[in-house]
Design a protein around this ligand. Structure first.
Ligand code: ADP
Ligand code: ADP
Ligand code: MG
Length: 447
């Protein structure tokens, strides 16, 4: 096992990884930008190295500085968390070249799946159902119109390098298609430095259902049930639950086995997630694979009892999975609310600043994965997600009641947050009934 791991990330996920390491007796090295000198991850790790100025490209995305910090501190492995360099095959390759273990899949697997139009091709070849759409990338407006005409409106124009819900636009008509293609392309260029586009049929009123995968280096690949991430705002997840309220045993097995087949098609290793859209006829389509740990991984941990970060570290260290598919038993129900420093009253604009008062909820079945403390100043530089409130209940009803209770206890003063907005979601009749699709929040906001 590794003696020391460097964590190439910040925020709650860096804290989460430090916690797993500490329980495993592994020393930790945090990296931080100048603006993060007082951040929780900087203070919690055994060692901390400043890797540059606030801007991500000068620090958390600065590969050479991160590799240097790893060599200087003698860490043997790097955990990339999510976002930042987690799906950067060049970085994974650089780690390999420097004899540092990248805690994640090999560069080739990241390449094969990270490019979303390429991943579609690979999945089609492997016999995995994908959303009807373009074969590969779509490079010109003329081609976009032609493909859209073939598959039929409405269509979704998407960036191959896309993530976090950005670089994607819906089009109902040819005119909209022309405009959407241009704006999505420009957004992709600005956000990802890559404006390769592809087109999918817009699946109407879909549910986002994803399967957690674990695969060791010896060909053992498991699925750990699904997560329902259909509560989204602008294609970005807001709240997740496991299991999905609409899932049946038979469909879970079928989709789980398809997810394992998809992972095996690229010889996948480590933790990963296969994302599907499920339409109202229970037809499912692969949309992408995330070759990293995900934000919402805790809800799977709550219902399986498996620590996914520890598993990632063990797999990277060359250990065999100690559980088999038949040992994965889903028990109870878990919900996660992403807590963001943002103002729902003003179009969800980010709300950085100093936290003057903080009261963290507790009690039975409540888990808090957070990166903030009282007196901490949230910088304006990074993602607005500051905490994840996760609950566990014996059943969905108890989980909802518990989440409402915990959100009610949660007090943050000094900044705006979406805590009340999350509470409002918990109180919607359709949410309580478990009848919702990805349009849920848009409908709720228009009421
Ligand atoms: P998940 O699939 O784990 O739910 P999200 O799509 O919410 O992930 O993204 C996880 C985090 O990573 C978010 O903080 C998001 O802003 C960030 N992120 C996602 N994709 C990218 C990307 N390509 N580049 C930089 N950050 C990204
Ligand atoms: P990202 O890389 O940003 O996570 P995804 O491809 O996973 O992008 O899509 C994010 C969300 O956007 C989905 O969960 C879904 O709500 C919506 N979406 C993506 N593709 C389609 C589609 N073809 N039809 C309908 N909704 C879609
Ligand atoms: Mg996605």
């Amino acid at each position: 096992m590794f003696k020391k791991i460097l964590i190439a990330n910040r925020g709650e996920i860096a804290v989460r990884i430090i916690r797993a390491c500490r329980e495993m007796g592994i020393e930790t090295v945090a990296v931080y930008s100048q603006i993060d000198a007082e951040a929780l991850h900087t203070q919690m790790a055994d060692e901390a190295v400043c890797i540059g100025p606030a801007k991500s490209k000068d620090s958390y995305l600065h590969m050479q500085n991160i590799i240097s910090a790893t060599v200087l501190t003698g860490a043997e492995a790097i955990h990339p968390g999510f976002g930042f360099l987690s799906e950067n095959s060049g970085f994974a390759q650089m780690c390999q070249d420097c004899n540092i273990t990248f805690i994640g899949p090999d560069p080739a697997m990241i390449d094969g799946m990270g490019n979303k139009s390429q991943a579609r091709k690979t999945m089609i070849a492997a016999g995995i159902p994908v959303v009807p759409g373009s074969e590969g990338s779509v490079d010109t407006i003329e081609e976009a119109i032609k493909v859209a005409g073939q598959i039929g409106f409405p269509v979704m124009i998407k960036a191959s390098a896309g993530g976090g819900g950005r670089g994607m636009r819906i089009a109902y008509t040819q005119e909209e298609c022309i405009k959407a293609f241009e704006t999505a392309k420009a957004e992709a260029k600005a956000a990802f430095g890559d404006d390769t586009m592809y087109i999918e049929k817009f699946v109407e009123e879909p549910k986002h259902i994803e399967f957690q995968i674990l695969a060791d280096q010896y060909g053992n690949t498991l699925y750990l049930g699904e997560r329902d991430c259909s509560i989204q705002r602008r294609n970005q997840k807001v709240l997740e639950e496991a299991p999905s309220p609409i899932m049946t045993e038979a469909l879970r097995r079928e989709m789980g086995e398809v997810a394992v087949k998809a992972a095996k098609a690229v010889n996948y290793k480590n933790a990963g997630t296969i994302e599907f859209l499920l339409d109202k006829y229970n037809r499912y389509y692969f949309i992408e694979m995330n070759t990293r740990i995900q934000v919402e991984h805790p809800i799977t941990e709550m219902i399986t009892g498996i620590d996914l970060i520890k598993e990632q570290i063990k797999i990277a260290a060359g250990l065999k999975l100690t559980v088999r598919q038949e040992d994965i038993i889903l028990r109870g129900h878990s919900i996660e609310c992403r807590i963001n420093a943002e103002d729902p009253e003003r179009g969800f604009t980010p709300s950085p600043g100093k936290i003057t008062t903080l009261h963290i909820p507790g009690g039975p079945g409540v888990r808090m994965d957070s990166a903030v403390y009282q007196g901490y100043t949230i910088p304006p530089t990074y993602d607005s997600m500051i905490a994840k409130l996760i609950v566990y209940g014996n059943n969905r009803e108890e989980a909802i009641a518990r989440m409402k209770r915990a959100l009610g206890e949660f007090i943050i003063e000094g900044i705006h947050t979406n805590i009340d907005f999350q509470y409002a979601i918990m109180s919607q009749e359709d949410f309580i009934k478990g009848q919702y699709h990805t349009g849920f929040i848009a409908t709720m906001l228009n009421k």
